[in-house]
Design a binder for this molecule. Sequence first.
Ligand SMILES: [Zn+2]
Length: 163
Amino acid sequence: MDIKCANGVTFDRADPQLIKLARVFYDKAVNELKIPIIFTSVDRLLTTQIVLFCQGRMALADVNKIRKRLGLYLLDSSDDNEVTWTLDSRHVVDNNKPFSTAFDIAVLKNGSANWNDKVNVNGNDVPDYIELAKMGQSIGLEPGALWTNVKPDMPHFQLPKIG
Ligand SMILES: [Zn+2]
């Protein structure tokens, strides 16, 4: 089965183990949990991570000036909030770390990405992002939704740190 990725998102620069787990994750999400999902982010350049970090912390007009220079789409006022809490993201690839060890997903509701923490497409008792986090953990991923020492990152999954 082909996994579903947002426009421009690929696993070309992803760790082979992450690719393997992403396929298992996708299959279980769609076929077992009955939660349609899409992969929204895999690898990122450090410059992209930095401008994401600026988002919600700097004036939107200034953030957009940087985004324009980087060839990224421009944000509107609905995007004027913090979206990341780190510069040291597992998504970032560079010469020292050529492969991303993280991916982000979105739950699809009526075909559109829905980031509401409480979204419940399969209609059971558990919010979809929590169900996905627990399933991800059961196959060996570290889900950002279950972080307790830092702000939870609901759509984020990464390979656990080794050693
Ligand atoms: Zn992420």
